[in-house]
Design a protein. Structure first.
Ligand SMILES: NC(=O)c1ccc[n+]([C@@H]2O[C@H](COP(=O)([O-])OP(=O)(O)OC[C@H]3O[C@@H](n4cnc5c(N)ncnc54)[C@H](OP(=O)(O)O)[C@@H]3O)[C@@H](O)[C@H]2O)c1
Length: 430
């Protein structure tokens, strides 16, 4: 048997994920060493407060508050960044590359803003940057997209990539709660932060969407390219209506190719009850991947939590360590094409629109005419009368976002239209 090498890991952060990584390496260290031919040793750990007991099986003198000492330590082979945030994580990983170290990170915020710079620095240093845990925590997703599907031309990804909002939407759907009530319950159960903005307003999902598009399309996509709408405007009535029509409502991260351009967006959407993503409840994550050869794939599981996320980090640590020992590298993440990102107005989608209108003959024709003028055809129409007022609901065929929004503005101005009661996009049908 070949001689076992020890790879020394410098951790930046020992919180929920970092602590779980250290425990996992301790528990499975011998097994991993045997199978991988590489022993992973946590040599230094930088935290803000090195005095605090973290309940991990490491000697107290391994801890430091000097983050630079970790990335500058010539004995460290791999930097494992689990501190989160853009600064100083970005500078530390870059410094690690400059010092010849590979890196593993779970930091979606950093990658979605500075991925291109970090991937280029990894290439220049001839080192790896692995980030399986940055999207959908414990679900193996980045490696399948980056490696297993390297021969496929993935053309669409639909993902439930934020467990907090999926939990909130599930509660709204099953309990009839408002989003505020469901967020409060999520906070009580530890599924939502004290400040839930990053989750509820879709920032977290947008960062993950940018990373998925970058990996799947070999392109440069950053978080601010991603159109973003959160879940606060979804009402309990929307769930009642969706249910009657055979749909569920999910916050989706969508990355797709449209005419060789990239469309990336995060918003609540109605999906048919029969779609595989419709049955993803609670804080679970799932990502649906489509390509011409592979057809449809779905990845499902725990999108967060210390232990699930730690398995993804440890998998990456094993891979980069083996690469270091063998003098090899993982696939480069340098962009292989320069497809532009479409502005939201140019993208196409199906739409659900519910209007409160005057209950008199001719109103449906008047409203349908506005859709027709903008070249939008209607797939399904429902009409219900309630005395003076009626409800008109529509699902369109795929239409251009700009044309649809212009239609809605015109409808808003019609005297017969009393209110735009609901507007949701429809995914997973065509
Ligand atoms: N938690 C999850 O389920 C999950 C899932 C997927 C991805 N992630 C990602 O994993 C990363 C870590 O998340 P987490 O939940 O483990 O975070 P966390 O519990 O808040 O832990 C962060 C750790 O980093 C240390 N730290 C932060 N800023 C520092 C600084 N400037 N200098 C030194 N140490 C610093 C903290 O030190 P102290 O302990 O001394 O404060 C703490 O040990 C984030 O990028 C997150 O997005 C998390």
């Amino acid at each position: 048997m070949a001689e076992e090498r020890t790879i020394r890991i410098g951790m930046l952060g020992c919180g929920t994920v970092g602590g779980a990584v250290i425990r996992l390496l301790h528990e499975h260290g011998d097994d991993l060493a045997q199978r991988a031919g590489v022993r992973l040793a946590v040599a230094r750990v930088a935290v803000r407060d090195p005095e605090r007991d973290r309940g991990v099986p490491l000697a107290a003198d391994v801890f430091t508050d000097d983050v630079r000492a970790v990335v500058d330590d010539p004995e460290i082979d791999v930097v494992c960044e689990l501190m989160g945030g853009v600064d100083p994580a970005r500078e530390l990983i870059l410094r690690g590359f400059a010092n010849g170290k590979s890196a593993v990170t779970a930091n979606k915020e950093l990658l979605a803003a500075h991925g291109e710079e970090l991937f280029a620095a990894a290439d220049e240093a001839g080192r790896d940057l692995y980030f399986e845990a940055a999207v959908a925590g414990g679900i193996p997703l980045i490696r399948p997209l980056r490696e297993s599907l390297a021969g496929e031309r993935v053309d669409r990804i639909l993902g439930i990539v934020n467990g907090t909002t999926n939990f909130v939407l599930t509660q709204m759907s099953e309990q009839g709660w408002t989003s505020g009530e469901a967020v409060a319950e999520a906070q009580r159960l530890g599924f939502a932060e004290a400040d839930p903005t990053a989750d509820v307003e879709g920032y977290d999902a947008a960062a993950k969407c940018a990373i998925l598009a970058t990996v799947a399309f070999g392109a440069r996509v950053v978080a601010r390219d991603v159109y973003r709408e959160g879940i606060s405007s979804v009402t309990p009535q929307d769930f009642v209506d969706a249910d009657r029509l055979g749909y569920v409502i999910k916050l989706l991260a969508i990355a797709e190719l449209e005419d060789e351009e990239i469309a990336v967006r995060v918003h609540p959407a109605m999906i048919p009850e029969a779609h595989p993503l419709a049955s993803v409840r609670g804080a679970s994550n799932a990502v649906f991947v489509e390509g011409p050869r592979i057809g449809q794939l779905m990845f499902y599981g725990a999108g967060a939590g210390g232990d699930p996320t730690a398995t993804a980090v440890v998998g990456d640590l094993v891979s980069v360590s083996r690469n270091l020992v063998q003098g090899a590298r993982g696939l480069s993440m340098a962009p292989t094409n320069h497809r532009p990102v479409r502005s939201m107005g140019e993208t196409t989608d199906q739409y659900y629109l519910k209007l409160h209108v005057e209950d008199r003959p001719g109103v449906l024709a008047e409203v349908a005419d506005r859709f027709g003028r903008h070249g939008i055809s209607l797939e399904r129409v429902w009409q219900e009368g309630f005395g003076d007022e009626a409800t008109l609901s529509f699902i369109t065929h795929r239409a251009q976002e700009r044309a649809f929004q212009e239609t809605v503005e015109e409808l808003r101005g019609l005297p017969a239209v009393h209110a735009i009661a609901s507007l949701l996009r429809v995914e997973g049908e065509e």
